[in-house]
Design a protein around this ligand. Structure first.
Ligand code: DGJ
Length: 691
């Protein structure tokens, strides 16, 4: 890495360098990490053009004569932030109707600054742009993380016009890329089969990845991707790869448009779908952050950069191992009393687990939570099930030397709840329409745009933590997507702000929680992997990959997850056989080996395990504690993909010092009278001897 390329940037788009007389040397903006550069230039007429995102360029002295890539008939395809207007015909990053009805925006350079932040690993460049005709300014922020080789970017749109303007599109970034071919790798799936890997060779035209579900956005698509450049095949170790991930948990859209000159324009941001945003005079709009990395070492290099960045900057407590745990869900579901739980704790402690998590079903009195159809919103302990209280269970766990965690779903209510009886106006609902109901036939989503609801949701956590300071961990669930497209809080003119304001409300709540409870460990769960993204992870420690705990299917899901997210954030549990989702029986050793490649936990009724099985788990848990630093903080090297259909999957984690490594090898098929595929280890140091 750290290639020094000089002077290179113009050649990436050399086929496009246009006609026009040589002008004064354009000003160059070179945003650098240790191994990568993003290079832009300012043309003599003030357009900011994007030239290069790739290997580091130390001296980006430009080739003179670049006036603009503008072609009279074909438009400009490498604007650093594309807009509707002028000669841009591609889907724009920014589309505005101005106060006077003008639909055009043509941004021109005003200034730029670069400064190193208090964390000297981080440099921030801000490019100021303004419209040629309207009092509209855009600031592009680029934050470069030197060691991790990550550059994040977002835009701030400021309305200085005399009246309100409407933002129709407001992407976080537009990234033009020039290569011979583009292989898109992304995740797709559904509930119980999240994070499946898909490779698509981009052809001319557009391909988009998006969500309109607002809450459980990452079951189906994930706002993260890799683009392999100049190759039609995906490679783990070689070749150039650009990877991106959007830090937004609401509706998102990533658009990949390959134009007639084979330039790929990548747009990434909050989804403009049904989200026209009216920005009053003097107001500004900040887009979510888009995270990019470049690797010259294939997909593996891109993952390692993202994982490093995530542990250092993108995940709450990115360097603290979440404890091994027993979660009560698959072992007890809604049916338990204190005896059930304390017996589970006894068994968990005997096996060496470090925490017990009480899942759904512990709350609600008038509408007890004995099933999924009642009680959400009424966060008081169910006196019938647990007359001894939560503190009794928490203290019991603590006496056994274990931590204690609890499940909540604070953004939701059931219509069968005291909360809904008192505040029917607190739920998302379109005016004059019947409310659409979710899980259990009674679930609704609270309107997080409403500050009173934000206080309530914050209060759910705050009250629990003040009443039961023994709580060490919260599993924050969300089991409904937005199916009622209306806010009872926003005015009728601002209904299209709902998705944005809902997410901002969610972020405000998270910020308040983290300001008051920095040490609390919080898991993001949304019916499994509905919230696996860097929009939530700055506030959460980990996420639940899937409600499907079938170990063989987890191999595929966790493999996909590993492209973008580090093992420290990936909760993976040993569950019963036959499995509760697939009804398949998989040997316990296999279930253990899969769970041990993420944050190990158990989700089982230990009472139903044999002594031999418990002993095997005890041994594995003890062993996991010794390898955990390497698994959770090490560098991933994926060796054999389960998607390559060779009947096996294999990966390893290598400690940064390269003195230790953990190697995993799982069969995904049976082998009869066949050789097993050869696996070549990676990431080790040739000078060392490993035992
Ligand atoms: C969905 C989650 O993904 C499960 O793990 C469990 O917590 C249930 N909700 C509880 O209702």
């Amino acid at each position: 890495m750290n290639k020094t390329l000089k002077p290179l940037f113009a050649c990436l788009f050399s086929g496009l360098i246009c006609t026009g007389a040589a002008a004064a040397e354009p000003q160059v903006i070179n945003i650098k990490t240790d191994g990568s550069s993003m290079v832009m230039s300012v043309t003599s007429d003030g357009e900011v053009l994007f030239h290069h995102f790739g290997g580091r360029i130390d001296d980006a002295t430009p080739v003179t004569g670049i006036k603009s890539y503008r072609r009279t008939d074909h438009g400009t395809d490498n604007l650093a932030y594309s807009t509707m207007g002028g000669r841009n015909f591609r889907e724009p990053a920014l589309r505005v109707t101005h106060a006077d009805g003008d639909m055009n925006t043509e941004l021109r350079y005003v200034s730029h600054t670069t400064r190193t932040l208090a964390d000297t690993n981080v440099t921030r460049t801000v490019i100021k742009l303004t419209d040629t005709n309207q009092a509209l300014d855009v600031e592009l922020f680029y934050t470069a993380y030197a060691k991790e080789n990550v550059i994040t970017t977002h835009a701030v749109i400021r309305n200085r016009e005399k009246g309100s303007i409407v933002l129709h599109s407001f992407y976080s970034s537009s990234l033009p890329v020039k290569a011979r071919s583009y292989l898109l790798t992304h995740l797709y799936g559904a509930w119980a089969r999240e994070s499946q890997v898909d490779h698509t060779l981009l052809t001319h035209g557009s391909k988009s990845i998006e969500s309109r579900k607002q809450v459980r956005t990452t079951h189906t698509e994930n706002p993260a991707f890799m683009i392999t450049l100049d190759s039609e095949s995906f490679d783990e170790n070689y070749g150039e790869v650009i990877a991106g991930a959007l830090a937004w948990s609401g509706n998102f859209r990533l658009n990949f448009e390959v134009d007639e000159f084979n330039v790929l324009n990548i747009l990434a941001g909050a989804n403009p779908y049904a989200s026209d945003y009216t920005l009053g005079a003097g107001e500004s709009f900040t887009t979510p952050e888009m995270i990019y990395t470049y690797s010259s070492e294939g997909a593996g290099g891109a993952s390692r950069h993202l994982h490093d960045w995530a542990r250092n900057y993108g995940v709450w407590h990115g360097h603290t191992y979440a404890p091994t745990l027993l979660n009560s869900w698959e072992g007890a579901y809604f049916t338990f009393d204190a005896k059930t739980l304390t017996e589970m704790i006894d068994d968990a402690a005997d096996m060496g687990l470090e925490m017990f998590v009480l899942d759904d079903g512990w709350f609600g009195n008038k509408y007890p939570r004995n099933d999924s159809n009642a009680g959400l919103g009424d966060w008081q302990v169910n006196a019938k099930k647990l007359p001894e209280g939560i503190d009794y269970i928490a203290s019991y766990a603590h006496q056994k030397g274990m931590k204690f965690g609890i499940w909540i779903e604070p953004e939701m209510a059931n219509t069968t709840s005291e909360l809904y009886e008192k505040h029917p106006d607190w739920v998302l609902k379109a005016s004059e329409r019947d409310v659409v109901l979710g899980r259990g036939g009674t679930q609704v989503v609270l309107d997080l745009a409403n500050p009173a609801v934000q206080d309530f949701v914050f209060g759910v956590v705050d009250n629990l933590m003040t009443s039961y300071p023994e709580i060490d961990y919260i599993k924050w669930d969300a089991n409904m997507s937005v199916q009622n497209h209306g806010s009872q809080y926003l005015t009728k003119d601002n209904q299209s702000h709902m998705y944005i304001e809902f997410h901002r409300g969610f972020e405000k709540i998270c910020q308040r929680i983290r300001a008051k409870y920095p040490d609390l460990t919080i898991q993001a769960c949304a019916s499994g992997g509905g919230r696996a993204n860097y929009g939530v992870l700055p506030y959460f420690d980990e996420f639940w990959v899937s409600d499907n705990t079938d170990a063989l299917q987890r191999v595929y899901m966790q493999w996909g997850t590993s492209y973008f997210f580090p093992a420290i954030a990936m909760a993976s549990h040993i569950s019963a056989a036959p499995n509760h989702q697939t009804f398949r029986t998989i040997p316990l050793k296999y279930r253990i080996d899969v769970a041990m490649s993420g944050r190990l936990g158990m989700e089982i009724q230990p009472k139903n395990m044999t002594e031999e099985e418990k002993a095997l788990c005890k041994n594995a848990i003890a062993e996991y504690k010794t390898i955990r630093p390497v698994v959770q903080l090490g560098d991933i090297y994926r060796l054999l993909s389960p998607y390559d259909k060779q009947g096996v999957a294999s990966l390893m984690y290598v400690a940064p010092e390269k003195d230790k490594a953990v190697f995993y090898w799982w069969k995904t098929e049976h082998f009869c009278n066949q050789h097993l595929p050869r696996v070549k280890m990676a990431g080790l140091c040739a000078d060392k001897q490993y035992r």
